[in-house]
Design a protein around this ligand. Structure first.
Ligand code: HPA
Ligand code: ZN
Length: 334
């Protein structure tokens, strides 16, 4: 068996994946044909995905999100995402949905869209055997009031929809740190939600300290932790999971060269490292590619890839029982 077959067969969880970032230009064209108004041409759709830096990437993400309109659109893109994940051997995904973008830019109700997403989730669980939890993501540079609407919606819907597992903040860390969200994070935790935060992607380790200080249990990217030995020790000691997205960091320019990426150093320092794809349609990669990159670009052995897969299950918000089942499957894979 070749290594890529091993990677595909390895049961894995994807913990840092944005629903909107899984939508390809081809899918946008298909969706637009169902909407009223002039249809989107493929070349026009592809142009939305072009960017040269992190700010441009955030704008591209927003432009793609704006083309998702109806509950049926959300159902369709959720189903497509889950089909692709299942093909890569992903058994569980925790998916960010940018509720903050929907509220702030689109000013529309989220529930009808969410019902579409839930239909696809339930169907994929029954037909493909893949589980999915939702993480409601706020855009940090829209400020705490907008984030409050996102997190409170998660808390309100969670009793009826246990698939809503947590909340997070994305967007531009250069403009807003984690501290303004402290009270909202405490409130979300009291409502039974798990806490994540993008941190240390575009700015230094102080942003990661900020996220930990407001209670983030998992850190998106955490690229700059490598510059702070004390922080590295803390991450290793407390086993705070880092959601590493190598291709994303290279494409957005947050990490200019693959040789500079701290993935290997994090793993060797005993951090709880997980591999993730972030926005596969914007970065032309997927989770299988990230594992291949770890092997080819960073020298991870099959046993170490197995450990990364096990980390993804351990760092997930799944119930202990399902974690044990999946970890056994990983251990016994030949
Ligand atoms: N960082 C910040 N904001 C985002 C990201 C990201 O990786 N993906 C989508 N929005
Ligand atoms: Zn992200």
């Amino acid at each position: 068996m070749g290594s890529s077959s091993f990677i595909r067969r390895l049961p894995k969880a994807e913990l840092h994946l944005h629903l909107e970032g899984t939508v390809t230009p081809e899918t946008l064209v298909e969706l637009s044909a169902r909407h009223s108004g002039p249809p989107l041409e493929l070349a026009q759709a592809r142009a939305l995905y072009e960017y040269t830096d992190f700010t441009g990437f955030l704008m591209a993400f927003k432009a793609v999100s704006e083309h998702l309109r109806t509950p049926e659109d959300y159902e369709f893109v959720t189903w497509r995402m889950l089909e692709r994940l299942a093909r890569q051997g992903v058994v569980h995904a925790e998916v960010y949905v940018s509720v903050g973008v929907i509220y702030y830019w689109r000013r529309c109700e989220f529930e009808p869209l969410f019902l579409g997403m839930e239909r696809a989730r339930a169907r994929a669980e029954a037909e493909l055997g893949i589980s999915l939890y939702w993480i409601f993501d706020a855009v940090r540079h829209f400020g705490p009031e907008e984030a409050a609407r996102v997190f409170r919606k998660a808390a309100e819907l969670r009793p009826q929809f246990p698939s809503i597992v947590g909340i997070g903040i994305g967007g531009d860390e250069r403009r807003v740190g984690a501290e303004p969200f402290r009270e909202l994070y405490a409130e979300a935790r009291d409502a039974g939600l798990r806490l994540t935060a993008h941190a240390g992607e575009t700015v230094g380790p102080e942003s990661i300290w900020g996220a930990i200080n407001i209670g983030a249990e998992r850190l998106g990217h955490a690229l700059s932790a490598v510059h702070d030995p004390e922080l590295m020790d803390l991450l290793a000691e407390r086993q705070i999971a880092v959601e590493i997205c190598v291709t994303s960091n290279l494409r957005t320019g947050c990490c200019p060269r693959v040789e500079d990426h701290p993935l290997r150093r994090y793993f060797d320092s005993g951090l709880m490292v997980t591999l993730n794809s972030d926005d596969p349609a914007l970065f032309q990669s997927d989770l299988e590619d990230e594992y291949c990159l770890a092997r080819k670009g960073f020298g991870f052995t099959e046993e170490q890839l197995r450990e990364l897969a096990a980390n993804s299950i351990e760092a997930s918000f799944l119930q202990a029982e399902r974690k044990v089942t999946l970890l056994r499957r990983i251990e016994s894979l030949e």
